[in-house]
Write a protein that binds this ligand. Structure first.
Ligand code: NAG
Ligand code: NAG
Ligand code: NAG
Ligand code: NAG
Length: 293
């Protein structure tokens, strides 16, 4: 059957539309690049060699998320890191001095979870605590096999993982495994994380990971935005934490920043030379027990 010529023209116009990117400023702590409706956000702390989540990163991320909430062109957002061996290991300790930081962080992670774009984490290095919580807010997670560790250390500090982790992780890997990993504060490798569904897929090299992500995202970026937005929203309706979950967990977290927590935290600051790269930051799951020696 012949299609009416106007429809053919309309279809051709749809396929050849130039995608306008977001007009983004430059950020401290984040790098951005865009191509064909795909935005890449690279976590890049200029001050922390474990890529700690600091105020600059937080403020920059809020700005990007606010723009994405209103944006009708961007279809996919990829989050990665360019700090060697670390995707992002935890908060920068200075954030605790910022008024209402923890609530704001929880609401930012909720906003990321509900973005109208498809969100993807591309992990090289360690993704723990804040770094892992960002991964939980994303739609899909990919990682390289070599030198990747994923986890949450919070329970070992007398606290709890926040920002959706306690809701999302049991959905991904089941309640028993989520209990084991969250309560024991053990790390998991990318290969094992792939096997149990914590991440979507693990790759032999960054090149293979990005080739896979490129194939996936160029496919997604051809689909009408309406379908992507609708499917994501429908999945999230039953499979993402509520605002009450985000606020409940962060209030518990704040209440548990108590003398016990502070004691372990201070011990860790010493063990890690104020949270800088070394054995303990690299192998927190294993070396957490040193805080109890
Ligand atoms: C995006 O689409 C919504 C709904 O159609 C509209 O209200 C909004 O103005 C659009 N935003 C931009 C930046 O074009
Ligand atoms: C440790 O690092 C934090 C945050 O990066 C900084 O504010 C603080 O001054 C540092 N403390 C010491 C003792 O160097
Ligand atoms: C912090 O939160 C309290 C209670 O919700 C509010 O009264 C206060 O204005 C907030 N401060 C800032 C800097 O947002
Ligand atoms: C989350 O999104 C809402 C709606 O756009 C906005 O009002 C709020 O400021 C955002 N919160 C953070 C922490 O970015």
């Amino acid at each position: 059957m012949l299609l009416p010529s106007l429809e053919i023209l309309g279809f051709a116009a749809l396929l050849s539309t130039n995608v306008l990117g977001l007009d983004l400023p430059s950020y401290v702590g984040l790098k951005t690049s865009q191509h064909n409706g795909i935005l890449k956000v690279t976590l890049h702390s200029p001050t922390s060699n474990v890529n700690a989540w600091n105020e600059d990163m937080h403020v920059g991320m809020k700005d990007i998320v606010r723009r994405l909430q209103e944006d009708n062109e961007t279809k996919v957002v990829i989050f990665n890191s360019d700090v060697p061996r670390f995707f992002c290991n935890h908060f920068d300790s200075a954030v605790f001095a910022i008024e209402n930081f923890t609530e704001d962080y929880a609401m930012l992670m909720m906003n990321i979870t509900n973005l109208p774009q498809v969100t993807i984490g591309a992990v090289e290095g360690r993704a723990r605590n804040a770094g892992h919580e960002l991964l939980m807010a994303l739609d899909m997670r990919f990682a390289v096999k070599r030198d990747v560790l994923i986890g949450e250390s919070e329970t070992g500090f007398g606290n709890l993982p926040v920002a959706g982790t306690c809701q999302q992780l049991p959905r991904l890997i089941g309640r028993g495994l989520a209990m084991e990993y969250i309560l024991s504060s053990q790390d998991i490798t990318a290969e094992e994380a792939e096997r149990i569904g914590w991440i979507n897929k693990a790759f032999d090299s960054p090149k293979k990971m990005y080739a896979y992500i490129d194939r996936l995202t160029s496919r997604l970026s051809k689909f009408p935005r309406s379908g992507l937005v609708a499917s994501k929203k429908a999945i999230n309706l039953r499979a993402s934490p509520s605002r009450e979950d985000f606020l409940h967990d962060i209030n518990l977290f704040k209440a548990l920043v108590n003398p016990d927590f502070s004691k372990i935290f201070a011990r860790f600051a010493t063990l890690t030379n104020n949270f800088t790269i070394g054995e303990v930051e690299l192998n927190t799951g294993r070396d957490l027990m040193l805080a109890y020696d």
